[in-house]
Design a protein around this ligand. Structure first.
Ligand code: GLU
Length: 544
């Protein structure tokens, strides 16, 4: 077979040589040790937590080393492509604070190693498809899906490995004339790699998992599909070589195809990038762990965190706890530091499934929000409300000073209050600060019947002076408590319950419920001063 003639026949438009492509994408000029990483999401319209998980690793190891982090759109599977999906990926990454140095952007491509969308790189892939054909290492295959299925059945019956390889690769040795006749008759073809019969094994040093040993590839796998677009395998090898990636960070589901990638890197004489196969995201389902599922688990979608108002910082911090086993320890030792300062390393990655625990994420979110300034909380919350709760956004804008004062209650100091969990929940928690959303939801304590409630608020209002400082205010509360036969010290009431009608806890709970609607609320004196005298009196009078 004249492979050169076959290559010219199959790829008549390819004029560039492999050397031309090498010259077009020279080695990057970066400081020693700089890493070049990427994410390669497929534009399916669904951006999942795993995309962000892998993006954080790539972003960290690139930017911690003065390297480059880029976005490549892997759109070789047009069946899965959804309109506007590229923008969805870009917007989601931007929202979560993942910034690329180059790659696909909303305005087109940015950077000298593009195009960064695989469908636009067809001419590059074809140069190497032609090269492999010329070397007798790739050939056109006309097998139909039915033929491949029949082969598979036969292999299963014979207890052989399934797939197109050696004697099962029917089109391996067609003559040039046969090939031409089939193509001219309009038969569809794919370009297959010519696998070798081998019992060898390969070993790849995975930066997360250590040494991976696997059988060497013997399959005639597909390089180009019938529309001339490459498979993931071919595109990955060519793109990561010419975009000069130093590390390939991708999900562990790709480990099984590693032998194909190694075969291609070796055949083309290129250096392999360092592979980093990340653990699959899991969740607890009852007593057992299972993979997060797109169908069953809304939390797999990145959009879920946006809708729930879990700030990007909380999502990052949560993922960092999954990514590096020493992150939590570092956070405790450095409570004020920006999480970007954490020295992230691939060596501390876990290889067993990473457990996505929403309760833990919410708890981290509380910690993140309680460390923010009132202004930062207002900005994050307002931005979320502008998108997801317009009525509340209006309230925040209508009462700017009250909102800030309210957000300052219990903020700062050694032990700041952890009232706000997510931006969505902030709308519930903060609702009592505005008459428009205030509602009394808790009942008055059992120890306080209607007459007691009325009696208490009558007494309280008669001595209430909005100008009292918090100590003066509390002295008055204690006096009333005593006068009404309640214990000023809760422990006295605990010791001798028969001697009192209740304790100061019940008295202050009445105040909290009247002012905020809930028994569990921040400091009463502070809340009254955020609400102002008029609202305070009006809410208390409703019970007197
Ligand atoms: N397009 C692949 C995916 O979405 C990317 C794998 C890779 O990063 O190489 O899983």
């Amino acid at each position: 077979m004249d492979y050169k003639a076959l290559a010219d026949y199959l790829f008549p438009d390819v004029k560039a040589t492999p050397e031309d492509i090498e010259a077009r994408f020279p080695e990057r000029k970066l400081p020693a040790g700089a890493n070049v990483t990427r994410i390669g999401p497929s534009p399916t319209g669904f951006v999942h937590l795993g995309n962000l998980y892998n993006a954080i690793i790539g972003e960290r190891i690139a930017h911690q080393s003065q390297g480059v982090f880029y976005l490549r759109i892997e759109d070789t599977d047009n069946k899965r492509e959804v309109e506007g999906a590229v923008e969805t990926v870009i917007n989601a990454m931007d929202y979560f604070g993942v910034h690329f140095d180059e790659g696909a952007t909303a305005e087109g491509d940015s950077g000298s190693y593009g195009p960064y969308r695989q469908r636009q790189r067809k001419d590059i892939y074809h140069v190497f498809a032609k090269l492999l054909t010329e070397r007798g290492l790739a050939y056109p295959c006309f097998m139909t899906a039915e033929e491949i299925e029949a082969v598979r059945e036969q292999q299963t019956a014979n207890k052989e490995n399934p797939g197109v390889y050696s004697k099962y690769a029917k089109c391996r040795d067609l003559s040039l004339d046969d090939i031409k006749a089939k193509i001219e008759a309009g038969m569809e073809w794919v370009l297959r790699f010519r696998g070798q019969e081998t019992n060898e094994t390969i070993a790849v040093e995975d930066a997360i998992r250590g040494k991976l040993e696997m059988p060497r590839n013997n399959m005639d796998f597909v390089l180009l599909k019938s529309d001339g677009i490459p498979t993931y395998h071919f595109a990955h090898v060519i793109d990561d070589h010419f975009m000069r990636s130093t590390h390939v960070i991708r999900g562990e589901e790709w480990i099984s195809s590693l032998p194909m990638h190694v075969e291609l890197f070796n055949t083309l004489g290129w250096k392999q990038p360092i592979y980093c196969h990340t653990a699959t995201l899991m969740k607890m389902d009852g007593e057992s762990k299972r993979k997060l599922s797109k169908r069953k688990d809304p939390e797999l979608a990145l959009a879920y965190y946006q809708q729930e108002g879990i700030s990007k910082d909380a999502v990052w911090e949560f993922l960092l706890t999954l990514l590096n086993s020493n992150y939590e320890e570092w956070r405790i030792a450095n409570p004020e530091s920006d999480y970007h300062e954490f020295p992230y390393t691939l060596e501390k990655m876990s290889v067993s499934g990473a457990l996505v625990d929403l309760d833990k994420m919410r708890d981290i979110s509380k910690n993140v929000i309680c460390r923010m300034t009132a202004e930062q909380v207002r900005d994050g919350w307002l931005e979320w409300c502008n998108e997801y709760n317009k009525d509340f956004a209006e309230l925040i804008n209508k009462y700017p000073e009250r909102t800030l004062a309210a957000l300052n209650v219990g903020r700062g100091g050694e032990k700041p209050r952890r009232d706000i969990e997510t931006w969505k929940q902030a709308c519930d928690f903060m609702s009592f600060y505005y008459d428009e959303t205030f509602k009394v939801t808790d009942n008055m304590p059992d120890e306080c019947d209607d007459a007691t409630v009325k009696d208490f608020f009558g007494r309280y209002l008669s001595t209430y002076d909005h100008n009292d400082d918090s100590a003066e205010w509390f002295t008055k509360v204690k006096t009333i408590t005593e006068e009404m036969g309640f214990a000023v010290k809760p422990k006295d009431y605990k010791k001798n319950p028969e001697q009192f009608r209740g304790s100061i806890v019940h008295i202050t709970n009445m105040l909290r419920i009247a002012l905020t609607g809930h028994a569990n609320a921040p400091d009463i004196w502070e809340v009254s001063h955020v609400l102002g005298e008029e609202i305070t009196r009006r809410r208390l009078q409703a019970f007197s």
